[in-house]
Design a protein around this ligand. Structure first.
Ligand code: GLC
Length: 481
Protein backbone atom coordinates (compact mmCIF):
# COMPACT_ATOMS: atom_id res chain seq x y z
CA UNK A 1 0.00 0.00 0.00
CA UNK A 2 1.05 3.58 -0.51
CA UNK A 3 0.41 5.58 2.66
CA UNK A 4 0.77 9.35 2.95
CA UNK A 5 1.29 10.59 6.50
CA UNK A 6 0.47 14.26 7.04
CA UNK A 7 1.74 15.86 10.23
CA UNK A 8 3.08 19.11 11.66
CA UNK A 9 5.86 17.22 13.46
CA UNK A 10 8.21 14.38 12.60
CA UNK A 11 11.37 13.44 14.52
CA UNK A 12 14.22 14.24 13.85
CA UNK A 13 13.11 17.05 11.55
CA UNK A 14 10.84 18.86 13.99
CA UNK A 15 9.55 17.63 17.33
CA UNK A 16 7.59 19.42 20.02
CA UNK A 17 6.11 16.37 21.72
CA UNK A 18 5.23 12.71 21.27
CA UNK A 19 3.50 13.38 17.94
CA UNK A 20 6.93 13.95 16.42
CA UNK A 21 8.26 10.65 17.76
CA UNK A 22 5.30 8.70 16.41
CA UNK A 23 5.40 10.18 12.91
CA UNK A 24 9.17 9.73 12.82
CA UNK A 25 8.89 6.00 13.53
CA UNK A 26 5.58 4.53 12.34
CA UNK A 27 6.26 5.03 8.58
CA UNK A 28 9.63 3.34 8.90
CA UNK A 29 8.05 0.26 10.46
CA UNK A 30 5.29 0.24 7.84
CA UNK A 31 7.96 0.22 5.14
CA UNK A 32 9.63 -2.71 6.87
CA UNK A 33 6.33 -4.56 6.44
CA UNK A 34 6.63 -4.05 2.70
CA UNK A 35 4.49 -0.95 2.25
CA UNK A 36 5.41 2.47 0.92
CA UNK A 37 4.84 5.00 3.66
CA UNK A 38 5.76 8.65 3.08
CA UNK A 39 5.72 11.72 5.29
CA UNK A 40 4.70 15.13 3.97
CA UNK A 41 5.21 18.00 6.42
CA UNK A 42 5.91 21.76 6.42
CA UNK A 43 9.45 22.93 5.65
CA UNK A 44 10.33 24.83 8.81
CA UNK A 45 13.56 26.76 8.52
CA UNK A 46 15.52 24.61 10.92
CA UNK A 47 18.75 22.68 11.18
CA UNK A 48 17.44 19.67 9.29
CA UNK A 49 16.48 21.78 6.28
CA UNK A 50 19.83 23.51 6.21
CA UNK A 51 22.00 20.43 6.75
CA UNK A 52 20.41 17.98 4.29
CA UNK A 53 20.14 17.67 0.55
CA UNK A 54 16.84 17.99 -1.23
CA UNK A 55 15.46 17.91 -4.74
CA UNK A 56 12.47 19.97 -5.79
CA UNK A 57 9.61 17.73 -6.88
CA UNK A 58 6.88 20.31 -7.28
CA UNK A 59 6.53 24.03 -7.89
CA UNK A 60 3.13 25.63 -7.77
CA UNK A 61 0.81 28.14 -6.19
CA UNK A 62 -1.59 27.75 -3.39
CA UNK A 63 -4.60 29.96 -3.00
CA UNK A 64 -5.64 31.08 0.42
CA UNK A 65 -8.53 33.53 0.36
CA UNK A 66 -7.63 36.30 -2.07
CA UNK A 67 -3.89 35.61 -2.11
CA UNK A 68 -1.71 33.20 -4.00
CA UNK A 69 1.40 31.86 -2.29
CA UNK A 70 4.26 30.15 -4.05
CA UNK A 71 4.83 26.55 -3.04
CA UNK A 72 7.84 24.24 -3.50
CA UNK A 73 7.84 20.68 -2.35
CA UNK A 74 11.25 19.20 -1.56
CA UNK A 75 12.19 15.56 -1.27
CA UNK A 76 15.03 14.49 1.00
CA UNK A 77 17.49 12.83 -1.36
CA UNK A 78 19.05 9.98 0.59
CA UNK A 79 16.05 8.29 2.24
CA UNK A 80 18.14 8.20 5.39
CA UNK A 81 15.12 8.21 7.68
CA UNK A 82 13.77 4.93 6.36
CA UNK A 83 10.91 6.61 4.50
CA UNK A 84 10.42 9.24 1.82
CA UNK A 85 10.27 12.66 3.37
CA UNK A 86 8.67 15.62 1.59
CA UNK A 87 8.86 19.16 2.93
CA UNK A 88 6.32 21.75 1.85
CA UNK A 89 7.84 25.18 1.53
CA UNK A 90 5.43 28.09 1.46
CA UNK A 91 7.41 31.25 1.67
CA UNK A 92 5.42 33.47 3.94
CA UNK A 93 4.45 30.76 6.31
CA UNK A 94 7.25 28.35 7.09
CA UNK A 95 10.40 30.41 6.78
CA UNK A 96 10.49 30.35 10.57
CA UNK A 97 12.11 28.19 13.14
CA UNK A 98 9.29 27.16 15.45
CA UNK A 99 6.57 24.68 14.69
CA UNK A 100 3.70 26.40 16.50
CA UNK A 101 2.90 29.53 18.41
CA UNK A 102 2.47 32.20 15.72
CA UNK A 103 -0.57 34.45 15.32
CA UNK A 104 -1.17 33.09 11.85
CA UNK A 105 -0.99 29.38 12.73
CA UNK A 106 -4.47 28.92 11.25
CA UNK A 107 -3.35 30.31 7.89
CA UNK A 108 -0.04 28.43 8.02
CA UNK A 109 -1.53 25.00 8.48
CA UNK A 110 -4.41 25.67 6.11
CA UNK A 111 -1.99 26.69 3.39
CA UNK A 112 0.05 23.55 4.06
CA UNK A 113 -3.01 21.30 3.74
CA UNK A 114 -4.24 22.98 0.55
CA UNK A 115 -0.76 22.87 -1.01
CA UNK A 116 -0.35 19.17 -0.27
CA UNK A 117 -3.70 18.29 -1.81
CA UNK A 118 -3.00 20.46 -4.89
CA UNK A 119 0.19 18.49 -5.35
CA UNK A 120 -1.33 15.03 -4.86
CA UNK A 121 -4.15 15.95 -7.25
CA UNK A 122 -1.49 16.33 -9.97
CA UNK A 123 -0.05 12.86 -9.51
CA UNK A 124 -0.74 10.33 -12.20
CA UNK A 125 -1.78 7.77 -9.61
CA UNK A 126 -3.65 7.91 -6.30
CA UNK A 127 -2.18 6.87 -2.94
CA UNK A 128 -4.10 4.14 -1.13
CA UNK A 129 -4.67 6.12 2.02
CA UNK A 130 -4.05 9.55 3.54
CA UNK A 131 -3.24 9.34 7.24
CA UNK A 132 -3.80 12.63 9.09
CA UNK A 133 -2.32 13.31 12.52
CA UNK A 134 -4.04 15.80 14.85
CA UNK A 135 -5.88 19.00 14.03
CA UNK A 136 -3.18 20.62 11.87
CA UNK A 137 -4.14 18.18 9.14
CA UNK A 138 -7.79 17.86 10.19
CA UNK A 139 -9.37 19.64 7.23
CA UNK A 140 -7.93 17.17 4.75
CA UNK A 141 -10.70 14.54 5.07
CA UNK A 142 -13.31 17.26 4.47
CA UNK A 143 -11.44 18.88 1.59
CA UNK A 144 -10.75 15.64 -0.28
CA UNK A 145 -14.38 14.65 0.05
CA UNK A 146 -16.09 17.94 -0.75
CA UNK A 147 -13.90 20.68 -2.25
CA UNK A 148 -14.47 21.02 -6.00
CA UNK A 149 -10.82 21.48 -6.81
CA UNK A 150 -9.95 18.13 -5.19
CA UNK A 151 -12.62 16.17 -7.05
CA UNK A 152 -9.95 13.69 -8.18
CA UNK A 153 -9.08 12.81 -4.58
CA UNK A 154 -12.64 12.07 -3.55
CA UNK A 155 -12.24 8.34 -3.23
CA UNK A 156 -8.97 8.25 -1.33
CA UNK A 157 -9.64 6.81 2.13
CA UNK A 158 -8.64 9.10 4.98
CA UNK A 159 -7.79 8.22 8.53
CA UNK A 160 -7.33 10.53 11.50
CA UNK A 161 -5.15 9.69 14.47
CA UNK A 162 -5.97 11.72 17.58
CA UNK A 163 -2.79 12.23 19.57
CA UNK A 164 -4.41 14.80 21.78
CA UNK A 165 -8.02 15.99 21.64
CA UNK A 166 -7.34 18.98 23.91
CA UNK A 167 -6.04 20.93 20.91
CA UNK A 168 -8.55 21.38 18.09
CA UNK A 169 -7.38 24.35 16.00
CA UNK A 170 -10.73 26.21 16.03
CA UNK A 171 -11.12 29.44 14.07
CA UNK A 172 -13.96 31.80 13.21
CA UNK A 173 -16.37 31.56 10.29
CA UNK A 174 -14.93 34.85 9.02
CA UNK A 175 -12.05 32.74 7.66
CA UNK A 176 -14.29 30.39 5.72
CA UNK A 177 -13.04 31.86 2.42
CA UNK A 178 -9.62 30.29 3.10
CA UNK A 179 -11.09 26.86 2.47
CA UNK A 180 -11.35 26.05 -1.27
CA UNK A 181 -14.90 26.17 -2.67
CA UNK A 182 -17.44 23.47 -1.80
CA UNK A 183 -21.23 23.22 -1.72
CA UNK A 184 -22.09 25.51 1.15
CA UNK A 185 -24.82 23.27 2.48
CA UNK A 186 -22.02 20.97 3.67
CA UNK A 187 -20.72 23.67 6.03
CA UNK A 188 -22.17 21.87 9.02
CA UNK A 189 -19.43 19.28 8.70
CA UNK A 190 -16.86 21.95 9.55
CA UNK A 191 -18.75 23.36 12.47
CA UNK A 192 -18.55 22.61 16.15
CA UNK A 193 -20.26 24.93 18.62
CA UNK A 194 -20.25 27.93 16.29
CA UNK A 195 -16.67 27.79 15.03
CA UNK A 196 -14.80 25.99 12.27
CA UNK A 197 -13.18 23.16 14.17
CA UNK A 198 -10.58 21.16 12.19
CA UNK A 199 -10.40 18.31 14.70
CA UNK A 200 -14.19 17.97 14.83
CA UNK A 201 -14.37 18.14 11.01
CA UNK A 202 -11.84 15.31 10.79
CA UNK A 203 -13.75 13.24 13.33
CA UNK A 204 -16.86 13.63 11.19
CA UNK A 205 -15.28 13.18 7.76
CA UNK A 206 -12.38 10.74 8.13
CA UNK A 207 -13.21 7.18 7.10
CA UNK A 208 -11.66 5.84 10.28
CA UNK A 209 -10.45 7.38 13.55
CA UNK A 210 -7.80 6.08 15.88
CA UNK A 211 -6.61 7.17 19.29
CA UNK A 212 -3.13 6.40 20.58
CA UNK A 213 -4.28 4.01 23.31
CA UNK A 214 -7.41 1.93 24.00
CA UNK A 215 -8.10 3.63 27.35
CA UNK A 216 -7.95 7.09 25.79
CA UNK A 217 -10.61 6.02 23.30
CA UNK A 218 -12.95 5.32 26.23
CA UNK A 219 -11.98 8.46 28.14
CA UNK A 220 -12.62 10.94 25.32
CA UNK A 221 -16.31 10.11 25.20
CA UNK A 222 -16.40 11.53 28.73
CA UNK A 223 -13.73 14.23 28.61
CA UNK A 224 -12.34 15.73 25.40
CA UNK A 225 -12.44 19.48 25.68
CA UNK A 226 -16.01 19.72 24.35
CA UNK A 227 -15.92 16.96 21.71
CA UNK A 228 -17.27 14.16 23.94
CA UNK A 229 -20.68 13.82 22.28
CA UNK A 230 -19.23 13.87 18.80
CA UNK A 231 -16.67 11.22 19.70
CA UNK A 232 -19.39 9.08 21.25
CA UNK A 233 -21.42 9.41 18.03
CA UNK A 234 -18.49 8.36 15.88
CA UNK A 235 -17.40 5.54 18.19
CA UNK A 236 -18.36 2.94 15.56
CA UNK A 237 -15.51 3.90 13.23
CA UNK A 238 -12.97 4.47 16.01
CA UNK A 239 -10.15 2.25 17.27
CA UNK A 240 -7.53 2.53 20.01
CA UNK A 241 -4.02 1.53 18.94
CA UNK A 242 -1.25 1.79 21.47
CA UNK A 243 1.82 3.67 20.26
CA UNK A 244 5.13 1.92 20.01
CA UNK A 245 8.61 3.34 20.41
CA UNK A 246 11.48 3.24 17.97
CA UNK A 247 13.74 0.50 19.29
CA UNK A 248 16.54 1.63 16.97
CA UNK A 249 16.63 5.09 18.53
CA UNK A 250 15.80 4.00 22.08
CA UNK A 251 18.26 1.26 22.88
CA UNK A 252 20.54 1.59 25.93
CA UNK A 253 22.96 -0.91 24.39
CA UNK A 254 23.70 1.30 21.36
CA UNK A 255 22.33 4.76 22.16
CA UNK A 256 25.12 7.18 21.13
CA UNK A 257 23.73 9.90 23.39
CA UNK A 258 24.47 7.96 26.59
CA UNK A 259 27.56 8.44 28.69
CA UNK A 260 27.77 4.68 29.10
CA UNK A 261 25.89 2.00 27.17
CA UNK A 262 24.49 -1.02 28.97
CA UNK A 263 22.57 -4.25 28.48
CA UNK A 264 19.93 -6.03 30.51
CA UNK A 265 22.58 -8.10 32.27
CA UNK A 266 24.70 -5.09 33.14
CA UNK A 267 21.84 -2.79 34.02
CA UNK A 268 22.81 -2.00 37.62
CA UNK A 269 26.37 -1.01 36.77
CA UNK A 270 25.33 0.73 33.57
CA UNK A 271 22.74 2.87 35.26
CA UNK A 272 25.10 3.63 38.09
CA UNK A 273 27.81 4.89 35.73
CA UNK A 274 25.33 7.15 33.96
CA UNK A 275 23.99 8.36 37.27
CA UNK A 276 27.39 9.21 38.68
CA UNK A 277 28.27 11.26 35.59
CA UNK A 278 24.93 13.05 35.46
CA UNK A 279 24.80 13.77 39.19
CA UNK A 280 28.19 15.34 39.00
CA UNK A 281 26.95 17.64 36.25
CA UNK A 282 23.90 18.66 38.27
CA UNK A 283 25.44 18.69 41.74
CA UNK A 284 23.43 15.75 43.06
CA UNK A 285 24.36 12.76 45.20
CA UNK A 286 24.52 9.55 43.09
CA UNK A 287 24.27 7.36 46.21
CA UNK A 288 20.58 8.21 46.58
CA UNK A 289 17.61 7.12 44.45
CA UNK A 290 17.16 9.59 41.60
CA UNK A 291 13.62 10.69 40.74
CA UNK A 292 12.89 12.57 37.53
CA UNK A 293 10.23 14.28 35.46
CA UNK A 294 10.81 14.88 31.77
CA UNK A 295 8.39 16.76 29.57
CA UNK A 296 6.27 19.78 28.93
CA UNK A 297 5.63 21.77 32.11
CA UNK A 298 1.89 22.18 31.57
CA UNK A 299 -1.27 21.44 33.54
CA UNK A 300 -2.18 18.54 31.29
CA UNK A 301 0.95 16.72 32.46
CA UNK A 302 0.31 17.63 36.11
CA UNK A 303 3.45 19.80 36.12
CA UNK A 304 1.84 22.50 38.28
CA UNK A 305 1.73 19.94 41.10
CA UNK A 306 5.45 19.22 40.97
CA UNK A 307 6.83 22.10 43.07
CA UNK A 308 4.69 21.12 46.05
CA UNK A 309 5.23 17.39 45.53
CA UNK A 310 9.00 17.80 45.44
CA UNK A 311 9.05 20.26 48.30
CA UNK A 312 7.26 17.73 50.50
CA UNK A 313 9.31 14.75 49.35
CA UNK A 314 12.61 16.54 49.88
CA UNK A 315 11.57 17.39 53.41
CA UNK A 316 10.23 13.94 54.18
CA UNK A 317 13.26 12.11 52.78
CA UNK A 318 15.84 14.65 53.83
CA UNK A 319 19.28 13.86 52.35
CA UNK A 320 17.97 10.55 51.08
CA UNK A 321 16.67 11.26 47.57
CA UNK A 322 17.79 13.25 44.54
CA UNK A 323 15.49 14.94 42.03
CA UNK A 324 16.26 16.18 38.53
CA UNK A 325 13.76 17.76 36.14
CA UNK A 326 14.00 18.44 32.42
CA UNK A 327 11.32 20.45 30.68
CA UNK A 328 9.85 23.75 29.71
CA UNK A 329 6.38 25.22 29.63
CA UNK A 330 4.22 27.52 31.72
CA UNK A 331 6.33 30.40 33.06
CA UNK A 332 4.83 30.17 36.53
CA UNK A 333 5.71 26.49 36.89
CA UNK A 334 9.20 27.13 35.53
CA UNK A 335 9.65 29.90 38.05
CA UNK A 336 8.52 27.81 41.02
CA UNK A 337 10.65 24.87 39.99
CA UNK A 338 13.67 27.13 39.66
CA UNK A 339 13.12 28.60 43.10
CA UNK A 340 13.22 25.15 44.67
CA UNK A 341 16.89 25.01 43.74
CA UNK A 342 17.60 27.66 46.35
CA UNK A 343 15.77 25.71 49.04
CA UNK A 344 17.31 22.30 48.29
CA UNK A 345 20.76 22.80 46.78
CA UNK A 346 22.53 19.47 46.32
CA UNK A 347 19.23 17.55 46.52
CA UNK A 348 17.37 18.98 43.60
CA UNK A 349 18.02 20.48 40.18
CA UNK A 350 16.13 21.49 37.07
CA UNK A 351 17.10 22.06 33.45
CA UNK A 352 14.63 24.33 31.71
CA UNK A 353 14.38 23.71 27.99
CA UNK A 354 14.13 20.98 25.42
CA UNK A 355 17.20 18.78 25.13
CA UNK A 356 16.91 15.43 23.42
CA UNK A 357 20.36 14.22 24.45
CA UNK A 358 19.92 15.12 28.08
CA UNK A 359 16.57 13.33 28.06
CA UNK A 360 18.27 10.12 26.94
CA UNK A 361 20.92 10.53 29.62
CA UNK A 362 18.33 11.05 32.33
CA UNK A 363 16.33 7.96 31.32
CA UNK A 364 19.56 6.00 31.62
CA UNK A 365 20.60 7.50 34.95
CA UNK A 366 17.32 7.80 36.84
CA UNK A 367 15.75 5.23 39.12
CA UNK A 368 12.17 6.52 38.89
CA UNK A 369 10.23 8.60 36.35
CA UNK A 370 7.14 10.50 37.47
CA UNK A 371 4.12 11.07 35.20
CA UNK A 372 1.27 12.55 37.24
CA UNK A 373 -0.67 13.48 34.06
CA UNK A 374 -4.22 14.80 34.12
CA UNK A 375 -4.62 13.73 30.49
CA UNK A 376 -2.33 11.21 28.77
CA UNK A 377 -3.51 9.94 25.39
CA UNK A 378 -0.63 7.48 25.26
CA UNK A 379 2.50 8.82 26.85
CA UNK A 380 5.82 7.71 25.44
CA UNK A 381 8.09 8.69 28.30
CA UNK A 382 7.00 5.76 30.44
CA UNK A 383 7.89 3.48 27.52
CA UNK A 384 11.33 5.07 27.16
CA UNK A 385 11.79 4.71 30.92
CA UNK A 386 10.90 1.01 30.79
CA UNK A 387 13.35 0.41 27.97
CA UNK A 388 16.13 2.02 30.03
CA UNK A 389 15.28 0.14 33.21
CA UNK A 390 13.77 3.16 34.97
CA UNK A 391 10.72 2.38 37.10
CA UNK A 392 7.67 4.48 36.15
CA UNK A 393 5.46 6.17 38.75
CA UNK A 394 2.29 7.01 36.85
CA UNK A 395 -1.28 8.05 37.25
CA UNK A 396 -3.76 5.41 36.10
CA UNK A 397 -5.04 7.21 33.02
CA UNK A 398 -5.03 6.83 29.23
CA UNK A 399 -2.00 5.10 27.83
CA UNK A 400 -0.31 5.07 31.24
CA UNK A 401 -3.04 2.77 32.49
CA UNK A 402 -2.57 0.55 29.43
CA UNK A 403 1.19 0.17 29.80
CA UNK A 404 2.13 0.22 33.49
CA UNK A 405 1.03 -2.43 36.00
CA UNK A 406 1.45 -1.72 39.70
CA UNK A 407 3.87 -3.84 41.69
CA UNK A 408 1.04 -4.59 44.11
CA UNK A 409 -0.84 -6.23 41.23
CA UNK A 410 2.10 -8.39 40.26
CA UNK A 411 3.52 -5.73 37.97
CA UNK A 412 6.58 -3.54 37.75
CA UNK A 413 5.56 0.08 38.28
CA UNK A 414 3.97 2.33 40.84
CA UNK A 415 0.50 3.60 40.02
CA UNK A 416 -1.78 6.14 41.68
CA UNK A 417 -5.35 7.17 40.96
CA UNK A 418 -5.43 10.96 41.21
CA UNK A 419 -3.28 13.75 39.85
CA UNK A 420 -2.92 15.20 43.34
CA UNK A 421 -0.09 16.17 45.67
CA UNK A 422 -1.13 13.54 48.21
CA UNK A 423 -1.43 10.65 45.77
CA UNK A 424 1.89 11.37 44.10
CA UNK A 425 3.54 11.92 47.48
CA UNK A 426 2.32 8.53 48.63
CA UNK A 427 3.62 6.95 45.41
CA UNK A 428 7.06 8.49 45.98
CA UNK A 429 7.01 6.99 49.47
CA UNK A 430 6.32 3.55 48.01
CA UNK A 431 9.12 4.02 45.51
CA UNK A 432 11.55 5.03 48.22
CA UNK A 433 10.62 1.99 50.25
CA UNK A 434 11.07 -0.31 47.27
CA UNK A 435 14.45 1.18 46.50
CA UNK A 436 15.83 1.29 50.00
CA UNK A 437 14.73 -2.28 50.65
CA UNK A 438 16.97 -3.57 47.91
CA UNK A 439 19.65 -0.94 47.36
CA UNK A 440 21.93 0.80 49.84
CA UNK A 441 21.00 4.46 50.33
CA UNK A 442 23.38 7.01 51.81
CA UNK A 443 22.38 7.93 55.34
CA UNK A 444 20.07 4.95 55.78
CA UNK A 445 20.97 1.63 57.38
CA UNK A 446 20.77 -1.06 54.72
CA UNK A 447 18.76 -4.13 55.70
CA UNK A 448 17.64 -5.91 52.52
CA UNK A 449 13.97 -6.95 52.67
CA UNK A 450 12.45 -9.92 50.85
CA UNK A 451 10.18 -9.15 47.92
CA UNK A 452 10.58 -7.73 44.49
CA UNK A 453 14.03 -6.23 44.11
CA UNK A 454 14.86 -3.22 42.02
CA UNK A 455 17.38 -5.15 39.91
CA UNK A 456 14.84 -7.82 39.09
CA UNK A 457 12.28 -5.21 38.03
CA UNK A 458 14.82 -3.35 35.91
CA UNK A 459 15.74 -6.47 34.03
CA UNK A 460 12.12 -7.34 33.49
CA UNK A 461 10.96 -3.96 32.20
CA UNK A 462 13.89 -3.56 29.84
CA UNK A 463 12.71 -6.66 28.03
CA UNK A 464 9.08 -5.63 27.59
CA UNK A 465 8.32 -5.26 23.91
CA UNK A 466 6.84 -1.91 23.02
CA UNK A 467 8.39 -1.71 19.58
CA UNK A 468 6.36 -0.51 16.62
CA UNK A 469 6.13 -3.87 14.88
CA UNK A 470 2.72 -4.74 16.25
CA UNK A 471 1.10 -1.30 16.00
CA UNK A 472 2.42 -0.74 12.47
CA UNK A 473 0.48 -3.82 11.36
CA UNK A 474 -2.64 -2.75 13.29
CA UNK A 475 -2.73 0.47 11.27
CA UNK A 476 -2.36 -1.48 8.04
CA UNK A 477 -5.33 -3.62 9.06
CA UNK A 478 -7.40 -0.47 9.52
CA UNK A 479 -6.31 0.95 6.15
CA UNK A 480 -7.36 -2.32 4.61
CA UNK A 481 -10.89 -1.95 6.00
C1 GLC B 1 0.57 13.57 22.44
C2 GLC B 1 0.00 12.98 23.73
C3 GLC B 1 0.84 11.83 24.26
C4 GLC B 1 1.10 10.83 23.13
C5 GLC B 1 1.72 11.54 21.93
C6 GLC B 1 2.00 10.62 20.77
O1 GLC B 1 1.73 14.27 22.72
O2 GLC B 1 -0.13 13.98 24.73
O3 GLC B 1 0.19 11.18 25.31
O4 GLC B 1 1.98 9.82 23.57
O5 GLC B 1 0.86 12.55 21.48
O6 GLC B 1 0.87 9.96 20.30
Amino acid sequence: MEIIHLSAECYPIAKVGGLGDVVGALPKYQNKLGHVAKVVMPAYRNKFLIENEFEVVYNGWCKLGFHDYSVNILREKTNKLGFDLYLVRINNFFERELVYGYDDDTERFLAYQVAVLDWIAQWEHRPDVIHCHDHHTGLVPFMTAYCHQFEKLRHIPSILTIHNAQYQGQFGWDKLHYIPAFDLWKSGLLDWKGAINPLAAAIKCAWRITTVSPSYLEEITVSANGLEDLLAQERGKSFGILNGIDHDVWNPRTDPMLLKNYTVRGVDNGKKANKVALCELFNLDPERPLFTFIGRLVGEKGADLLPEIFHNALNQFKNQISILILGSGEPEVEERLTQLKLVFPGDYNVFLGYNEQLAHQIYAAADFLLMPSRVEPCGLNQLYALRYGTIPIVRRIGGLKDTVVDIGDGGFGICHDQASVTDVGHAIGRAFELYSNSMPVAGKQHIPVEGKQVTEIRKYIMQLDHSWDKAAQQYIDIYQM
